[in-house]
Structures are given as C-alpha cells and as structure tokens.
Write a protein that binds this ligand. Structure first.
Ligand code: NAD
Length: 691
C-alpha cells in the first residue's frame, strides 16, 4: 500500500512537471492539465509529517497562490509512506507558550479558514493516520477521501490539551456533536469504516482509485455529509448542557479536573459556544493557549519525550526470533502470550500441564482484549507452542526464566539450561527480588545472563527493566533492550540492586501503608491520599493487586540489604500471607475483591503528613538509585516510574516532582519525618548532589 501511495505521487509529479521551487520546503504545489491543484505535504528531513509554525507559514504562502489563481479543485495529501500527518510538532510547544500562543494560533486558524473559503472544491486524501493538527487540516477541506486503512484521531487530551486549530468547532459542526466530543475527550481513533459511519469521511477507496475518486468529487458525484436532526438539536443550550453534565461526570471519573483540566475546558467550550462558530473559534484559541501553559500539559508533554527516551534504548537489532519461556505461571504465561502476539515464535515449558493449558486460554483472552482479528489471533496462537519437555530450549535465541522466587530452584534450572541452550543464546530471569549477581554464579555463561523484569499484567504494563549485573555484556543489554522494543515495550536500563529501580522505590510506599494501618489509619483513607496525589491505585489496593505473598518476598529480600532501615514488616502482612489471603488472586487480602474490584468499607481520617509519608520515601529511593548508578538519569527514572507504577504523569515523574516542589523542601520534610517517625525517612545523601 505505501509503495502505491508513492507511486501515485510520483506519477502526479511526472504528469504535472517538477514541483514548485519557490519557498519549497514542507509542501509541494503542482497543477494538472485538468486544472486540479495538488498540494502535497512532505515535511523536510523527516519520515513523518508533523505540523510546525514553519509548516503553517509555508501553507499560508501556497494558499495565497491558490487564492490568486483559483484551480478547478484543490487536493491536499501526504507524500509520506506512514500516513497523512502525526499532529503538531510538540517540540515547538514550549517555545510557543512563551511567545504569544494565541497570536500564533490565530495565524493558523486564518490559514485553515482561507482553505475552507476557497471557491473551488477542496479535497483531503488521507492514507494512514490523520492525527491532531493533521486531522484539522483535513477538516478544513470540503471533502475527505479515505484510502483504505486510514484513521482519524485527536490525541491532544493525552498532552493536557484539546484541538487548537479549529478542530473543536469543525468536528462538532460536521458530525454528531456528542460523537465528536467523545472522540476529542477520549483521544480514541476512528478507523476508516467508523470514520465513514460518523460522517468524517465522504468516500473510501483503495489507493489505485484515488484519481478516479477525486474526479468523482470534482464532478459533483459525491454527496457531502450533512448533520442530522439530532445534531441540530444541540444548537439549543439546554440540550448541550444536559449532554455536558454526563460528559463531565465521566471525565471526572478518569481525569479529575484539578489534575487534568483539558477535558473539562473542552466540555465548557462546547457547552458555552456550541451554537456560535465565531465565538467558539475565539474561545478555542484562548482555552488552548491557557492549557498550553498549565503544569499538567507541560508535564504530559514531558512524558511524551520520556517515552521517546526509553524507546531510544531499544534501537538496534535483537536478533531474537525464538523465545523459550520456563514457567507458565502468572508471569510466564503472560510473557509468552505477549511475545507470540508480537510476532515471535515462543515455546513455553512448565512442570505441570495445567499451567500450559491455562497459558493458551490466557493468550486468547489477551488477543481479544487487544482487538486482534480472527486471523491475527490464530497466527499468534500458532506461534505459542506448549512445550512440557522443553525441546525449544535448544533452538531458542532467548530463554526467559519465570519460575517461583527461589534461588535454589532457579539455580537448578540454570544448570540444566546451561547444558541445553544453543551457543550465543541469552538467558534472562524475570525475578523481581533476587540479586542477579548472586544468580549469575549459578549460570554457565554469566556475560549472557541478565534480568528482564516484566510487570504484571504484561499486556498492560509498558515498562520492562533490563537489569545488568557486573558481568553482563553490553551487547546482551542492547539486544535485550532491542527485544523489548520489538515487542512494543519500553526498556529501562538499570543495574542490579535490591529491588532494582522500580521495586526499590515502590516498596517503601507499600510498607509505609502497612505501618499506617497498624497505627489505626483505615486502608480507605490511606488509599485515597495516594489517589488524590494522582497514583492510579492506593498502596493497600496495589499490594493486594500485586499479591501480598510477592510483596512479602520483595520486602524480605530488601530488608538488611539496604543502607537505611526499612519499616518493620507488618505482622498483619505476614498473617494474611500465612492464611492464604494473598490479595486479589485469592479473592481476599486487605480488601475483599469482587469482580476484580476492591470493596471499600469504612472511612475515617488520617494524619496530616499522610501523603508525604507515602510519597517522599519513594522519591528518596529514586535519589538513592541515581546516586548509586542503578539508573542512569533522572529522566530514565521518571519514565520508568510512570510507565511501571503509574506515578502520576501530570506530575512529570518522581524526580521532576521533587525538582518542582524543591529539592531543599523535600529534604527538609524527610528530615522532619525522620525526627518524629524514625530513620527510615532519613534523606539519602544523594539529595545534596541535586543542588
Ligand atoms: P507462579 O508461581 O505463578 O508461576 C511459576 C510457574 O513455574 C508455575 O506454573 C510452576 O508450575 C512453574 N515451575 C516451577 N518449577 C518449575 C520448573 N522446574 N520448570 C518449569 N516450570 C516450573 O510465579 P509468578 O508469579 O509467575 O513468578 C515467576 C517469577 O516472576 C518470579 O521470579 C517472580 O518474582 C517474578 N515476577 C512476578 C511478578 C508477579 O506479579 N507475579 C511480577 C514480576 C516478576
């Protein structure tokens, strides 16, 4: 398909002569003998089209040319293989917010308004994705032709924004406004068929039929989408207010306004101005400029780049086509299913047949949750081979061990694997609490041994810690990081340390919650302090979710290995584990779990320093990891904590939060807490290096 896209564009170029030279950079304008002008978006020095100020300025000049000599029709499309446009170039946003955002937005609106006002038919041909500002350019045209596979979305909410180049008014003015608002509030994608159903797209065709489709539109043979009666009813304020109330309560559930203002601003925008295009345009500009300057949006934009940073760890080739997983328990079966879904051959071994059968069932469930087609599911399941005898070990490029957390058991398995693995293959452990340096002593080739620490559930948690011990070779680390990239996970490169980075930082958060419960603070109060801060789940519910047995394992293994004392392990944790009340998986832990959700009971009050007692030790552990080179940079720590624990993205990560609140202030608070509650709060000496 992409090849054909380019072929068609080359054909148009050959047909219409060389591209215009004057001011050429990101767009090419050419006119055919039939009088149809083709304006081709081809961002300089990039494989993807993104919309920057420069792109808009250049578009402005082309529109001026078209206004002077109006063509028969204007077709806008992309020359990039990957799709139409990936949205605004957000690397320029910080600059914009300092530089009169409203003025720049007005200029952008002006250009798109002039496209909309051209007296000839304007047609946007979209292949691949039209996101954000790209979608807005498409909406400024009279017609949209979707090449099969095209998709449309406004992902701005993920960046703490809403559409800012007229998208809010154009989409609500084109299709059912409630559908339009849902797309903008959720950031969800409308794929080709859905886009046609909604009325975003007027025509769908394969790439080879694009010229014919354009001719049909120009000849007036394609009917334009009209909003229906229901849509018209939203011209009434009362109808909009009714719908807005529902949208607000839904938005508040997922994104409380004080942390995530954008969805609420978008709802207000439509409720207040949905019947007045000009007022809505003015309000959209003002609202977007305001949001651009919020800490939430700045931090969410930061998270976008943190993700890029982690992705960059995965550059290079993994040279891994066959993976063997040892142990088909909670983790092994998820890892195996995910790797198979992502296209690798997987053999999966276990002592028992039950877990292997369970693994295949689980794989089907994940395929469904990932909306895979029947064929994709069948192919993924074909790649996942239950292998009770472990025949796959001898062929695998990578063996991932995911058996219970016992050094002796793991040691025995490594001894056996060492005899059977092929030359050059990598052995990785999914251990969450054992020291790799110790385990490496039980391995035949320690240079090719490392940690590959997935989080539960693998299909939802994006981060994987790639853990090196002193003997792990750099090539092996790079290949494992590339492997993570190839299965669409984000690798954080860390060094062996008790709990590595993520569990080292998370354990004090969980353990302090137990201390607080022992002091008589209710679990509901503790958990809501954490969720108020923005954590996706409170520490008590999280401990139940992870499994209290696993929490106890991790806490015991960290105890005594750290420079600083940890909170005493709570008796109630031990008692729960002994009684088999291991949390969500057993139906009962600190909470009773019903249908996958904890059932809260009583409420109460907590101490004034509750949130700091939960959050600051997590920050302190991050600083310790930075000082001890467990993690390489503050950014990598922030990315890892956001993508592994859900540390509130709108706060930009634990290190960024510490810097925003003030290094001195945090150190001071920790010292106060240490004075009253004990040395577990003593600030790490790494705080002094942060300045
Ligand atoms: P689990 O008890 O659910 O599963 C372990 C599986 O290994 C079982 O199916 C068992 O039958 C099998 N097994 C035992 N001995 C074996 C052998 N000799 N050969 C082959 N299979 C054998 O354990 P889990 O929770 O999946 O944990 C596995 C590893 O992953 C542990 O190291 C744990 O620390 C780590 N981990 C767990 C989580 C989690 O949330 N569960 C998260 C991250 C990492």
């Amino acid at each position: 398909m992409p090849g054909k896209v380019l072929k068609h564009l080359e054909a148009t170029e050959m047909e219409f002569g060389p591209a215009t030279q004057a001011g050429q950079g990101h767009w090419r304008l050419a006119r055919g003998e039939d009088g149809i002008a083709w304006l081709v978006f081809d961002r300089k020095d990039s494989t993807t089209n993104t919309v920057s100020q420069e792109v808009i300025h250049e578009l402005d000049r082309h529109v001026a040319t078209l206004e002077k000599d109006v063509p028969e029709a204007l077709v806008i499309r992309s020359a990039k293989r990957v799709g139409f446009a990936a949205g605004a170039d957000i690397s320029g946003f910080d600059e914009i917010s300092d530089d009169g955002a409203a003025k720049l937005l007005q200029q952008g609106h002006g250009v798109l308004d002039r496209i909309a006002a051209l007296t000839c038919p304007t047609i946007c041909v979209v292949h691949g994705a039209a996101l954000g500002a790209g979608f807005e350019i498409a909406l400024a045209c009279d017609y949209r032709i979707a090449v099969e596979g095209a998709s449309f979305a406004f992902p701005e909410v993920m960046l703490g924004l809403h559409p800012g180049l007229g998208g809010t008014l154009r989409l609500t003015g084109l299709i059912d406004p409630v559908e339009a608002m849902t797309l903008m509030l959720t950031g969800k994608t409308a794929h080709t068929k859905k886009a046609k159903e909604l009325g975003i797209v007027d025509l769908i065709c394969p790439e080879r039929h694009v010229p014919a489709a354009v001719r049909a539109v120009v000849a007036g043979k394609v009917e334009k989408h009209e909003q229906g009666l229901i849509s018209n009813s939203y011209r009434l304020r009362a109808a909009r207010s009714f719908a807005a109330r529902q949208m607000r309560s839904k938005a508040a559930e997922n994104a409380p306004e004080k942390h995530y203002p954008a969805p609420h601003a978008l709802i207000a925008l439509w409720e207040d101005h949905g019947d007045d295009r000009e007022a809505m345009q003015e309000a959209e500009i003002a609202s977007f400029a305001r949001l651009l300057d919020t800490e939430t949006s700045k931090n969410l934009r930061r998270v976008f780049f943190l993700r890029q940073g982690l992705k960059d760890n995965a550059k290079g080739e993994d040279e891994i086509t066959h993976v063997h997983v040892v142990g088909a328990g909670a983790m092994g079966r998820e890892i195996a299913a995910w790797v198979a879904i992502k296209g690798k051959k997987v053999t999966l071994g276990d002592l028992e047949l039950g877990p292997l059968a369970q693994a295949v069932k689980q794989a089907k469930t994940i395929c469904e949750a990932q909306h895979l087609s029947g064929i994709e599911t069948r192919n993924a399941l074909d790649r996942l081979i239950p292998d009770p005898e472990g025949y796959g070990v001898a062929q695998a490029d990578l063996v991932i061990e995911a058996v219970p957390e016992s050094p002796d058991l793991k040691g025995d398995i490594y001894a056996d694997l060492g005899k059977r693995m092929k030359a050059g293959a990598i052995l990785a452990s999914n251990t969450s609490s054992l020291e790799l340096t110790e385990l490496a002593g039980k391995v035949r080739a320690p240079t090719r041994f490392a940690g590959l620490h997935f989080f539960n559930p693998v299909s939802k948690m994006q981060l994987v810690e790639v853990v090196a011990h002193p003997k792990t070779s750099k090539v092996v680390v790079d290949r494992l990081a590339a492997f993570c990239g190839s299965i669409n996970r984000l690798p954080a490169l860390v060094q062996d340390y008790p709990g590595f980075l993520v569990n080292r930082a998370l354990t004090p958060f969980l353990m302090e919650a137990m201390v607080l419960m022992d002091e008589g603070v209710t679990k509901e109060v503790i958990d809501s302090a954490a969720t108020e801060f923005g954590m996706p789940m409170g520490p008590v519910a999280l401990a139940d979710q992870v499994g209290l047995d696993i929490c106890l394992d991790v806490a015991e293994s960290l105890r005594g290995k750290l420079e600083k004392p940890m909170a005493d392990i709570s008796d109630s944790l031990r008692e729960k584990v002994e009684a088999g009340q291991t949390g969500r998986k057993s139906g009962s832990g600190f909470y009773e779990w019903k249908d996958g959700t904890p059932e809260p009971d009583t409420e109460g009050t907590g101490p004034a320093d509750l949130t700091d007692r939960l959050i600051l030790p997590m920050l302190d552990a991050c600083v310790e990891c930075l000082r001890r080179d467990v993690a390489r940079t503050e950014n990598e720590i922030d990315g890892a904590m956001i993508f592994a624990t859900g540390f509130p993205p709108f706060r930009g990560g634990p290190m960024h939060y510490a810097r925003t609140r003030g290094i001195g202030e945090i150190k001071g608070r920790l010292t106060e807490l240490a004075d009253t509650l004990g040395p577990r709060f003593t600030p790490d000496r790494g705080w002094d290096d942060l300045g």
